[in-house]
Design a protein around this ligand. Sequence first.
Ligand code: FES
Ligand code: FES
Length: 198
Amino acid sequence: MNLVFNINGAAHSLTLEPRVTLLDTLREHLGLTGTKKGCDHGQCGSCTVIVDGRRVLSCLTFAATCQGKTVTTIEGLARGNDLHSMQAAFIKHDGFQCGYCTPGQICSAIAMLDEAKNGEASYVTQDVRQTPRSVQLSDDEIRERMSGNICRCGAYPNIVAAIQEVHTERAQTWQFMGENNQVIFEAAKAPVKIHEAV
Ligand code: FES
Ligand code: FES
């Protein structure tokens, strides 16, 4: 099949078999290996990417279903040295150990906060007849909404802290200092938006 996608802000034309997954397309055909293959069975969340603003498991998504759609992977979140605010928060809060689950955690968290902003209910929403927008998520609700993303290193408390920081839109005014007090990393001053369709 001849397919055209917008991936991280650039159009890509590919000829693929209909059975090829989005995950294998990203990793094997486009060299975007930031998206990780954990279980390849829809059970771990490490392959999570954002398609047209919604988080999907790329191991369970046929590339053919993404024809004409906008795909954002972990490689598409930063602008040069300006990290997306979720990436910066994960660094600040040590939201990872081995890092294998991290690309999926970050993509999932970004789309999850949009779901919450849009009033989408979760399993622990108290009253699903109400769809309040911009609700303040508790740590427990963040855990529930992120329950599809497994971390074998158990970095969950720090992952939740990072997501909570972005969710509450607290200013990130921190830096990592190197030798001689040189700034080697500075958090983005303002949240970086993910790519729009081109
Ligand atoms: Fe897709 Fe595990 S690799 S859910
Ligand atoms: Fe190792 Fe999550 S940081 S699996």
